[in-house]
Design a protein around this ligand. Structure first.
Ligand code: DC
Length: 226
């Protein structure tokens, strides 16, 4: 059976990760969370005490960095994120990393490194990649492109629930501020800004459940595969 590339892009906390993971499970595809890769780079910047605004130092650091996503198998999978050979899957979700990941990911050398790795992982198809620039830059010929959106308030509520489950307590107002600021940086940067590819299908998830989002994408994918 034909194995396609599914590109899911969209702003922060729009539900891309949970949706992409389930879509991949249903199709027996690999799930690549590209945001996790940029987060790993941001963690390295923090560990080296480099300012997130110091693009030159970040570019240099990127040259001495290896970021890998390791999954057990296609279909049901537990993806591990490795930074320079050591697992950092939990650490990259910390608010400290979230606060600096957008400026770090504006650095062209960082993007070049990640895009190269993402293209290598996706070369054989059978993959769901989610991020900001998958349908526009990483795989502009992806067979199915989805642009996920949701109201900023709703995205902040979802993020609060997610963090609450990890015993992290932050107000919805504070989260909304952080999410809007990340959206601003991600969509205004000069290299590979967040934007909808012309041939992407827009999916507003404000009033949709995860199950509905997954079903919508799987149905579109099956139409293409068959
Ligand atoms: O999806 P996320 O919130 O974990 O992504 C974290 C940051 O990484 C996001 O604010 C911008 C950056 N990113 C990017 O620039 N390009 C991607 N393809 C994915 C993420």
């Amino acid at each position: 059976m034909k194995k396609i590339i599914i590109a899911i892009d969209g702003p922060a906390a729009s539900g891309k990760s949970s949706t992409a993971k389930l879509v991949a499970e249903k199709l027996g595809y690999l799930h690549i969370d590209t945001g996790a890769m940029y987060r790993a780079m941001a963690l390295k910047v923090l560990r080296h005490n480099v300012s997130p605004e110091n693009s030159a130092a970040i570019a240099l650091l990127a040259q001495q960095t290896s970021v890998r996503l390791i999954s057990n198998s296609r279909g049901v999978q537990k993806v591990k994120v490795e930074l320079d050979g050591k697992e950092v899957s939990e650490e990259i979700r910390s608010p400290k990393v979230t606060n600096i990941v957008s400026p770090v990911s504006t650095v062209p050398e960082v993007r070049a490194l990640m895009v190269k790795e993402q293209r290598a992982m996706g070369s054989e198809g059978g993959i769901v990649l989610e991020g900001r620039d998958i349908g526009t830059v990483v795989f502009p010929k992806a067979e199915l492109k989805i642009f996920m959106l949701a109201d900023a308030r709703e995205r902040s509520r979802r993020r609060q629930k997610e963090l609450g489950e990890k015993n992290v307590s932050i107000s919805v107002d504070e989260l909304e501020k952080e999410i809007l600021e990340r959206d601003r940086i991600d969509s205004q940067r000069s290299v590979s800004p967040l934007r909808k590819a012309e041939d992407a299908i827009e999916l507003d998830t404000t009033h949709l459940s995860i199950e509905e989002q997954v079903e919508f994408i799987v149905k579109k994918a099956k139409e293409i595969i068959q």
